[in-house]
Write a protein that binds this ligand. Sequence first.
Ligand SMILES: Cc1ncc(COP(=O)(O)O)c(C=O)c1O
Length: 373
Amino acid sequence: MEKWMRGDMHPSYRILMGPGPSNVHYRVYQAMSNPVIGYLDPQILACMDEISEMLRGIFQTKNQVTLAISGTGSSGMEASYVNFVEPGDVVVIGVNGFFADRMVQVASRCGAEVIRVEEDWGKKIEPEKIIKVLKEHPGTKICGVVHGETSTGVRQPLEEIGAYCRKGDTLLVVDAVTTLGGYDVKVDEWGIDVCYSSSQKCLSAPPGLSPITVSPKAMDVLRSRKSKVQSFYLDLLLLEKYWGQERVYHHTAPVSMFYALREGLRIVYEEGLEARFKRHEMLGDRLKMELEGLGFKPFAQEGYRLPMLTSVTLPDGVDDVKARSRLLNEYNIEVGGGLGWLKGKIWRVGLMGETCKARNIHCLMGALKEILA
Ligand SMILES: Cc1ncc(COP(=O)(O)O)c(C=O)c1O
C-alpha cells in the first residue's frame, strides 16, 4: 500500500508567529465545514453580500466595488495592475522592500513603464520623495505603495501621497495585505483608489482570498480602457458582474473560503476595529520590548514599526536557521526569517489577528530564553 493511503494527515498545532498565515479561530474552521453549495445559490449570494458589506467597514470605504478575489494576496496585487495598466503607461512605485519590488515586477509584466522611488529597506519612504517624482511625471497612471512591508516591518504613511493623487488623474494603489484588520486602513479618507489585502493575516482566515476595494475614479479608468484586460480571471469588470446585482457566472467560487472569510470578518466586528487596533498596538509594543530584553535589536525605523510584524536583528552568536528550527520542532512556534538580502540577518515575528495574544508572547519568550541559554 502507498504511504499516503495508510493514515490521515495530522499537522501539528503551531503557534504561527511568522509573517503569515496567522492562527485561525476555531469558529472559522467550523464555518468551513458547512456543506458546499452552488456558486449562484441564493445563500451564497447573500454570504457574498455580507462579505462585501463587512469589508467596506474594515476598508473604511463606501466603494461599491468591494469584493474578495479568489486567490492569495498576490492575486489582489496582480488584479490591481492588470486592470488599470495599459502598455506604455507610467507607474511610479515606492520601493523599500521585497513586496514593493514584487509590485514593480507585476506592473512591468503588464507593460507599464515603471519608475522606482527607492529607499533603504527598513525605512519608510518620505511622501515628499514620491510626490516629487509624481510632479516630474504628470501623466502617471498609477502610484503604488505597500502600507505594511512584511519583509522589513515598516509602515508607510499614506495620507500625503493620497491627498496628492486625489487632486489629479493618478490612481493610488495600496497593498494592505498585512495591515488590514490590524491597523487603520482609511481608504476613502486617505484617497486610496485600489486597496487589496489577504484573508490569512490580520483577518485570521486561511490563505485563499484577497479582499479588494476599488474607487469610482478607478472604475471609470477601467471602463475607459482602450484594450481588454489581459487576464480573464482577474478582470474586475467581470468580477463586478458576479459580485454585483447582475450575478453573472464568472468562475466556480471557493464557497468554503467564503464561509471562512465571512466568519473571520464577523469576529473582527464582534471585537470592534478600535479595540482590535489597540490590541495589536499594545501587544506589538510588548513583544518589541521583550525581544530587546533578550538582545534582539529592532530593524525597522522608529515611529514607523508595524504592530503586527516585528523585525529584529539577532543577538551575536545566534544561528538563524538552528534557532528557528528549534522553535518550530521543539516548541511548535513558527517565526519568519529574513527575505531577499535580509535572509539570515533578521527575524520577522508576527502578531496578527488570532495570533496576537499575550500568551503567545509568553510562550515565545519562554522558548527563546531556553534556546538562547
Ligand atoms: C505586503 C505583502 N504583499 C503581498 C503579499 C503576497 O501575498 P500572498 O503570499 O498571500 O500571495 C504578501 C505576503 O506575505 C505581503 O506580505
